[in-house]
Design a protein around this ligand. Structure first.
Ligand code: ZN
Length: 179
């Protein structure tokens, strides 16, 4: 029988875990553009799964990947009409619940967005602040870069790459009395 580490004792869990998430959505006219939980003014939005929030989807998958949980498509199938137009914050919260259940918390994340328009720079602080709030970290722990898809012929799509670092929750959460 092949050896598995599924029964590894909790004490042997690594102190940090890394996760990676990728997502892409196609621009479509006449729908709102949501990126990082923020609605941006633009003549097109991102179609597909739920509200099409490409950044929150990639963050969600990075969190799930870090704890080797099923991915966003497995937990929230795009084929299920229940998730049509859904707020992607729901997916992120589920991933965070699982991270917490596994005994970890977010240390920091770093994200790269690839899209031709709109410009992300003017909205970067707002997006980072919102994402930090959702993740329960300081906004200094949310990196966000935006690139245009030079030479990729991908002007009709938005892409997000995210890496996340989790750290094991220390015993600090145990209630401390008379301090
Ligand atoms: Zn997506």
């Amino acid at each position: 029988m092949p050896k598995t580490d599924d029964r590894r004792p909790a004490t042997a869990q690594p102190s940090t875990r890394i996760g990676y998430g990728f997502d892409s959505h196609e621009f479509r006219p006449g729908i709102p553009l949501k990126i990082g939980g923020i609605t941006l003014q633009h003549d097109k939005g991102l179609g597909g799964h739920s509200d099409g929030d490409v950044l929150l989807h990639a963050i969600t998958d990075a969190l799930l990947g870090a704890i080797a949980a099923p991915d966003i498509g497995a937990l929230f199938p795009p084929s299920d009409p229940k998730w049509k137009g859904a707020d992607s914050v729901i997916f992120l919260r589920e991933a965070l619940k699982r991270v917490d259940g596994a005994g970890y918390e977010v240390a920091n994340i770093d994200a790269s967005l690839v899209l031709a328009a709109p410009k992300i720079g003017p909205h970067a602080v707002t997006i980072r602040t919102r994402v930090a709030e959702l993740l329960g970290v300081h906004s200094d722990c949310v990196g966000l870069k935006a690139k245009t898809p030079e030479g990729l012929n991908l002007d009709a799509a938005a892409i997000a790459h995210v890496v996340v670092l989790l750290q094991k929750v220390r015993q600090k959460r145990r209630r401390k009395k008379s301090r």
